[in-house]
Design a binder for this molecule. Structure first.
Ligand SMILES: NC(=O)c1ccc[n+]([C@@H]2O[C@H](COP(=O)([O-])OP(=O)(O)OC[C@H]3O[C@@H](n4cnc5c(N)ncnc54)[C@H](OP(=O)(O)O)[C@@H]3O)[C@@H](O)[C@H]2O)c1
Length: 253
């Protein structure tokens, strides 16, 4: 895994993964909207002997992501690992009749993943190797109250990657999905509801890197949440409403 492209690397899991892979000989493409944070991170990666490439872009823009891909390939010459990690948990004002927040969320969480991964596929297939990873969520396994759009976006990512993996069969390129439960990042720092089995950032990054190394298909963590998944996917809706009663007001994660 020497040439790695990561979206959402200005913060949280994306920045943690970039630091994890930073070692002498590694080229790491850093992509997010906040260029100043990417530049700061690039300094840290350089200090670890890696070669960072700062590629500020909005994943919602297909043209911008094609340009980010082109710039990365021009400098790195190829990619072994692409991690489509950028995502948001925009509160959705569904009951107020406002569809804009859902459109924005889908554009980042779903189209952002396809905008990231698809430009890399021809080169990776030609090389006959590599892994493309999408970061979904435990919320993608079952809709929760107040999180309809977020859950739907993450479910779409899981299904897209499942299909892509079958399309890539025999090519040497692997497609996989990571489904975190709660991880301590700026995204969860703002949440006020209980976050069972919260995982610290560095632990989550290590778990994700091991899953990527194993070439899992869809990997959910932590194990307590993965075990609970079986219950959650079968639970009746009245129970889910009880477990997440504040959901109607809080639209994230
Ligand atoms: N933390 C959790 O508990 C948890 C649980 C399940 C799933 N996840 C998923 O894990 C991923 C990373 O989340 P995180 O917890 O690390 O959150 P975070 O710290 O808020 O990081 C989100 C990253 O996504 C980037 N991003 C957002 N919109 C973007 C856009 N339009 N274009 C480019 N980059 C964009 C942000 O960068 P800029 O703002 O600079 O663009 C930032 O780097 C997300 O997909 C999230 O849904 C997180």
């Amino acid at each position: 895994m020497k040439r790695i492209f990561i979206t959402g690397s200005s913060s949280g899991l994306g920045a943690g993964l970039a630091r994890h892979y930073a070692e002498p000989g590694a080229t790491i493409g850093l992509c997010a909207r906040r260029a100043e944070l990417l530049t700061e991170l690039a300094e840290q990666l350089r200090a670890r002997g890696a070669k960072p490439i700062v590629l500020p872009a909005d994943v919602a823009s297909r043209e911008a992501m094609q340009r980010a891909h082109d710039a990365f390939i021009a400098e790195a010459g190829g990619a072994e690992l692409v991690i489509a990690n950028a995502g948001v948990g925009i509160p959705s004002a569904l009951l107020e009749g406002d569809a804009r927040s859902v459109e924005q969320l889908m554009q980042i969480n779903v189209i952002g993943v396809t905008n990231t991964i698809i430009p890399f596929l021809p080169g990776m297939v030609a090389a006959g190797r590599g892994t493309v990873v999408a970061v979904s969520s435990m919320a993608g396994h079952r809709a929760l109250p107040g999180r309809a759009a977020y859950s739907a976006s993450k479910a779409a990512v899981i299904t897209f990657m499942d299909g892509l993996r079958m399309d890539l069969q025999g090519s040497g390129v692997h497609a996989m999905t990571l489904c975190p439960g709660f991880v301590r990042t700026p995204m969860t720092d703002v949440l006020t509801h209980p976050m069972p089995f919260l995982v610290e950032l560095d632990d989550a990054v290590a778990i994700m890197a091991r899953s990527i190394e194993r070439r899992d298909r869809t990997f959910s963590f932590p194990w307590q949440m993965a075990a609970l998944k079986q219950v959650m996917t079968r639970a009746p809706e009245w129970l889910l409403r009880r477990l997440a009663p504040a959901g109607r007001k809080v639209g994230t994660i």
